[in-house]
Design a binder for this molecule. Structure first.
Ligand SMILES: NC(=O)c1ccc[n+]([C@@H]2O[C@H](COP(=O)([O-])OP(=O)(O)OC[C@H]3O[C@@H](n4cnc5c(N)ncnc54)[C@H](O)[C@@H]3O)[C@@H](O)[C@H]2O)c1
Length: 366
């Protein structure tokens, strides 16, 4: 698995207490890595970070990535072998409420991580996580490719596009040289679902919270499509990219999309109906109600082209849409309705994910 590259390695994860950061931490621990985390808070209640009791299993710095001195101190002391930079203000609606926090965390925070990394003398490979929303979304039906125009209409998307410009200039100014110990790549993934997300204003989370209390949920853009994928999909991409990048200079400075199979781009409404089946909400009119609440700009169509990840990395999505829905709904159902041990459930889902990938002989399982 990932050429066993993570065994006994020190991995720094920023945003370790968030949804993706927690899944990435637990997977890397399973792979034998030592985790150092930096994040400013535990962003939700409940939280997957707390449910998995990750604080006892890692070295955790509760710090803000906007504090350059702190980042310099932590990164130069820890000397990580790999960095996965996920820390960000990750919510579109919150970016309207607090644009400056979003821009400072997502742009300056990223610059601080790169600035601190550039002072390292040891070999270090970093994956900088941005978003599918980094692209200037012109609602095109064919998926965005890595060299399409960047920059978004809302503040969150704009901040991720701006971060990309900074990453590119850091790469060309300080990292590109072949004699350098440092390597970076950018990973862009789309809307991620899966157990343990409790962030506000995410449609799946809103539904699950409502159904767990026997309530109905409201949805805004039933016909919008998103590249829904289970959280383990982009994580397998990030882990595979970092492992390949550490061995192959040609991947240095490259950006990659990680998305679901292109044939699967269901609407919000379809996803909600499919998720609700696991909650015994037989009548769709009891599962959700469509509202016409005025909303800030929200893209209707968003699609990624992942051909580059396949041709350079032989990476492709592992789960089909039905499995994505099943993994997601079952995790939450166990949490809310069965009082099952969620650490065990999470590890079992990772094993099941790995086994499905092995059965398909996906490259990262080597
Ligand atoms: N969840 C998705 O659907 C999705 C889609 C595309 C891209 N992404 C990106 O993936 C990454 C992780 O997303 P997530 O869904 O896990 O987010 P999340 O909101 O669950 O977690 C965010 C994490 O970042 C930390 N953080 C935020 N601001 C910080 C700061 N200034 N200093 C230190 N820590 C800070 C939080 O404490 C938390 O650990 C983000 O970069 C996000 O933009 C997420």
């Amino acid at each position: 698995m990932f050429k066993e590259i993570y065994k006994k390695k020190k991995i720094l994860i920023t945003g370790n207490s968030g949804f993706k950061g927690s899944w990435l931490s637990i997977w890397l621990i399973k792979l034998g890595a030592n985790i150092v985390g930096i994040s400013k808070d535990i962003p939700t209640k409940p939280s997957i970070f707390e449910e998995l009791k990750l604080e006892n299993q890692i070295k955790y710095y509760k710090e803000d990535i906007r504090d350059l001195k702190k980042m310099n101190d932590i990164i130069s002391n820890e000397k990580p072998d790999f960095i996965f930079h996920l820390a960000a203000q990750a919510l579109v609606l919150k970016s309207y409420a607090d644009p400056i926090e979003t821009i400072s965390s997502n742009v300056m925070g990223t610059a601080n991580i790169l600035e601190s990394m550039k002072k390292l003398n040891n070999k270090c490979t970093a994956i900088i996580i941005t978003s599918d929303k980094s692209y200037d979304n012109i609602e095109q039906a064919s998926g965005y490719k890595e060299d399409d125009v960047l920059g978004g209409k809302d503040i969150y998307s704009g901040s991720k596009g701006a971060a990309e410009l900074i990453i590119k200039s850091f790469y060309h100014s300080f990292i590109k040289s072949k004699n350098n110990n440092l390597r970076i790549a950018v990973a862009r993934a789309g809307n991620v679902i899966g157990g343990g997300d409790w962030a506000n204003d995410r449609v799946v989370v809103d539904c699950i919270k409502a159904w767990s209390e026997g309530k109905i949920t409201e949805i805004r853009s039933p016909h919008a499509t998103r590249p829904w994928q289970h959280v383990l999909e982009p994580l397998s991409g990030y882990l595979h990219l970092a492992s390949e990048l550490s061995l192959n200079y040609d991947l240095n400075g490259q950006a990659f999309n990680f998305g679901p199979n292109t044939k699967e781009n269901p609407t919000v409404e379809q996803l909600i109906v499919d998720l609700s089946k696991y909650w015994n909400v037989e009548d769709k009119f009891r599962a959700y109600r469509i509202t016409n609440n005025p909303i800030f700009h929200e893209a209707k169509l968003l699609k990624l082209n992942c051909d580059k990840a396949f041709s350079f990395l032989k990476w492709k999505a592992n789960l089909d849409y039905e499995d994505t829905v099943k993994f997601t709904s079952e995790w939450y159902f166990d949490f809310y309705k069965k009082n099952k041990k969620i650490l065990e459930k999470t590890l079992n889902q990772i094993t099941e994910y790995e086994n499905k990938a092995k059965a398909k002989s996906l490259k990262w399982t080597e």
